[in-house]
Design a protein around this ligand. Structure first.
Ligand code: NI
Length: 201
């Protein structure tokens, strides 16, 4: 009987913490989207981080349009889905893809070193630029772009996941925000927006 009660309590706890976790996640996502839509706090800014080949990537020097996504390589679902979409956008853009830097920035700098980032992004597309840095660099670029990310430990173990914003940003060559794409957007729409920008240049 006691065993049953304990099991039941643990189960309820699990359910409630899961609900809390998901509501919280949506809350952050929605607040960020709302802020952008109300133009309260437009994200943006140049960044200098470490590329998957170990060299420095400086968005100011590379001077191209940018598609930017913040995530981490151990991400179980949203990051792979987004990178598949990013790869699809690059393929659909064809030669126009050369006018755009498609960028994945890690919000898990502790685990995502250069080799891990390299293995990860190259599995999706050889034109995706994977970036990492030290904790401070990542925290600064995330702050500039209004990106929340939060380590969540799994069952009190040393294992963790990173709860993070799930939006693709579109920026101009000056590192200024132009638009953002929510998770469910179709690649064709992203391609259209990017092409219009290239034409208007
Ligand atoms: Ni992710």
């Amino acid at each position: 009987m006691i065993k049953k009660i304990i099991l039941y309590s643990l189960f309820s706890l699990f359910i409630f913490s899961s609900i809390y976790f998901f509501l919280n996640k949506d809350y952050y996502q929605n607040t960020t989207v709302q802020k952008i839509e109300n133009q309260e706090a437009l994200p943006g800014g140049h960044f200098k981080l470490i590329k998957q080949d170990g060299t420095v990537f400086d968005s100011e020097i590379s001077n191209k349009l940018m598609l930017i996504y913040f995530g981490f390589t151990y991400c179980p679902d949203v990051c792979p889905t987004t990178l598949i979409k990013m790869a699809d956008v690059i393929d659909r853009l064809g030669d126009d893809a050369l006018e755009v830097n498609s960028i994945f920035i890690s919000v898990d700098p502790e685990r995502d070193n250069v080799e891990i980032i390299n293995d990860y992004v190259s599995a999706f597309h050889n034109q995706i630029i994977g970036l990492t840095g030290n904790k401070e660099q990542i925290s600064n670029v995330a702050k500039d772009w209004g990106v929340y990310y939060q380590k969540e430990f799994i069952d009190g173990s040393a294992e963790y996941t990173v709860n993070h914003l799930d939006i693709i940003f579109l920026a101009n060559a000056n590192g200024e925000f132009i638009d953002f794409f929510p998770p469910k957007i179709q690649s064709a729409l992203i391609v259209e927006k990017v092409r219009n920008l290239i034409k208007s240049d």
